[in-house]
Ligand binder design. Structure first.
Ligand code: ZN
Ligand code: ZN
Ligand code: ZN
Length: 118
C-alpha cells in the first residue's frame, strides 16, 4: 500500500514524516498542552524535554481544496472583495484550488449575491 496523502518535510527543521522534530523546531506541538512546544513552558530553556512524557512525531496534515479534495492545491492570490463575491460564505474560510475557484466564477458570473430564480 502506498500512502494516500502527499508528504512534505517540516518547513522549519526538515524532519521527515514519522520522525521527531529537531530540538527547538517551532512547528513541534507539546503533547501535554497541544500548543507550540518551544513557547508553551513545558520545556526548560536549555532545551530539555525531560518533563514531557511523549514527544509528538511529525505528520503534516495537507491543505486540501474544500470542494474537490485535491491535496496541496497551488496557492493563488485574489483580492478579498473578489473572493467574497464569487465564493459562498460557507467556503470563504477554506482552501480552494484554482480550478474550483474558476468554476464558482463561471457558476456565478455576477457573484453569488446576484443569483435569482426565474
Ligand atoms: Zn520540525
Ligand atoms: Zn505544553
Ligand atoms: Zn478543487
Amino acid at each position: 500500500m502506498t500512502k494516500k496523502w502527499i508528504s512534505r518535510n517540516c518547513d522549519d527543521c526538515e524532519a521527515k514524516e514519522g520522525e521527531l522534530h529537531k530540538m527547538g523546531c517551532s512547528v513541534e506541538m507539546c503533547s501535554i498542552c497541544g500548543r507550540q512546544l518551544i513557547s508553551c513552558g513545558h520545556v526548560s530553556q536549555d532545551g530539555e524535554y525531560k518533563k514531557l512524557l511523549f514527544r509528538v512525531p511529525y505528520v503534516r496534515v495537507p491543505n486540501i481544496c474544500a470542494l474537490c479534495g485535491e491535496q496541496w492545491p497551488q496557492v493563488f492570490k485574489v483580492a478579498q472583495a473578489t473572493w467574497k463575491k464569487y465564493v459562498i460564505p460557507e467556503l470563504q474560510h477554506t482552501v480552494l484550488c484554482r480550478e474550483c475557484y474558476e468554476e464558482l466564477k463561471r457558476m456565478f458570473p455576477e457573484g453569488w449575491r446576484n443569483v435569482i430564480n426565474v
